[in-house]
Design a protein around this ligand. Structure first.
Ligand code: BG6
Length: 462
């Protein structure tokens, strides 16, 4: 503890959940990219907090090794930059539920504004805020980044958000959804609103249905503890998928269409309409089972590390819904998200109507978010039209969004109201699921999962 006190001169970033999956997979990499490109102050000090007892040098070495393993190391100069960055990291083991453990923070914080990153389960958000506050660790301009999903349902998310609002100003709260930082998602409104062809065709008159798929090839692996309490609906649909759906369906704001305040207002209108469309929903839930691929056996969900063999948590979900508003009335939206599917694919597919002579040309616009960033119309590649996509030195989603927090820009973060309405819809889906008594189905790993009546599995993907 003394070591930290002595060495930290300018504390700027405090990371709760420093040894968690998110921090290890994304956050250190993102902070390092910003550091390397001099987008954040090179005097940054990052206090990394986690429950596990680890010596600071062991911790630093662990992060060093991870950074070396990623794309960042090209030459000796970069190695030196990594070493400098690693020295900005301080580790402190802490039980977030113990009030006395927060004293260190009060001692080492200077007058500089801090950014707190809560990369932990949202069960802990309230207690961390409470003890930060009681220990007088928070000052007026401090910012806080909250990871999704916030809460487990509408009630718990309201409860958490209200609590945080008592401690931080709304203008300092950044509810992150990293899909909003992905370039193709940022590009969607440009595609829709700036291009007269798509602007005019983007209506129920010319569209027959829309599919959005967020497929992952990876399974749950070591994340059972988090995932089993969450499930795919709360992990991917409540946030990422609903956000993309909003961007695909919102109306163009009447004034200043690219002002995010106006866009957020349109998103809320859309989310209210989505909630009113509840009766037209059809769903199916599934769990992956083991499979043999290239002579290797891959575990099913119930065989993963630390699993509980009776779990009925879903790793796959398919939803068919309509949106009860003037613009989209009657148009089916098919939303799919799953783990251990055939391949990684995040994609939006807009299917257009037959032509006036009733020929079905199967016209479709495909927006690929990842792994490939690409837009095609009937297999013809379209040039990307975006301010974001022309920049060669682009930042990935976490890098971009963390930098936005440093700049204090909330445009691409999710408002409390958006979260409220997303949860209301998710709660209704779960109610429907329970009411219909639909048992969980099983799907083989590395397939396209399950389907709904009238849809063939896999036909929703290209
Ligand atoms: C996270 C989910 O929000 O997104 C993970 O919690 C998921 O379960 C991840 O694996 C997928 O993100 P990406 O950017 O790899 O598609």
């Amino acid at each position: 503890m003394k070591l930290i006190e002595k060495k930290i001169t300018k504390l700027t970033f405090v990371l709760f959940g420093a040894l968690g999956d998110l921090a290890l997979r994304k956050l250190y990499n993102s902070l390092f990219t910003l550091y390397k490109n001099k987008l954040i102050n090179n005097k940054i000090n990052i206090l990394c907090l986690a429950r596990k007892v680890v010596k600071i040098n062991t911790f630093r070495y662990k992060i060093y090794k991870r950074l070396i393993k990623t794309k960042y190391i090209y030459n000796k100069k970069e190695l030196v930059t990594i070493i400098k960055f690693i020295k900005c990291l301080y580790f402190f083991n802490m039980d977030f539920t113990q009030i006395t453990h927060y004293k260190i923070l009060k001692k080492i914080r200077k007058n500089l504004p801090l950014i707190f990153y809560f990369a932990v389960s949202s069960n802990l958000f309230k207690v961390i805020c409470k003890y930060l506050n009681l220990n007088k660790c928070i000052e007026i301009n401090d910012k806080i980044i909250l990871e999704k999903p916030i809460g487990y349902n509408f009630k718990s998310s309201i409860n958490i958000n209200n609590y945080i609002n008592n401690v931080f100003f709304e203008t300092c709260i950044f509810r992150i959804d990293h899909y909003l930082g992905k370039r193709q998602v940022k590009n969607l409104l440009n595609l829709r609103f700036l291009n007269p062809i798509f602007y005019n065709l983007w209506t129920k008159k010319y569209i027959t249905h829309i599919k959005i798929i967020l497929a992952e090839k990876i399974g749950i692996e070591d994340r059972w503890g988090y995932f089993d309490k969450t499930g795919q609906l709360r992990d991917m649909v409540q946030n990422h998928l609903i956000q993309i759906l909003s961007m695909v369906t919102i109306c163009i704001p009447k004034n200043n269409p690219f002002d995010y305040k106006n866009i957020k207002k349109e998103k809320i209108k859309f989310l209210k309409d989505l909630n009113n469309s509840f009766l037209t929903v059809d769903i199916n839930f599934g769990q992956y089972i083991s499979t043999k691929l290239n002579n290797k056996i891959f575990n099913g969900y119930l065989e993963e590390n630390n699993s509980n063999k009776n779990s009925s948590t879903e790793t796959f979900i398919i939803i068919k819904t309509t949106i009860n508003n003037f613009h989209w009335y009657g148009i089916p939206f098919i939303l799919i998200s799953g783990k251990r599917l055939k391949k990684k694919l995040s994609q939006i597919k807009i299917h257009f109507t037959k032509n006036i002579f009733n020929y079905d040309l199967n016209n479709k616009l495909i927006v690929n978010l990842q792994p490939k960033e690409e837009i095609t119309f009937n297999a013809f590649k379209l040039n990307q039209m975006s301010l974001f996509l022309t920049n060669k030195n682009y930042l990935d989603s976490y890098e971009f969004l963390i930098l936005e927090v440093f700049k204090g820009k909330q445009d691409l973060f999710v408002s409390k109201e958006e979260i409220d309405y997303s949860w209301r819809w998710i709660d209704k889906l779960i109610y429907l699921w329970k009411q219909k008594n639909i048992p969980i189905s099983y799907y083989k790993s590395f397939t396209w999962g399950l389907t709904l009546p009238g849809l063939t599995p896999g036909t929703y993907c290209c």
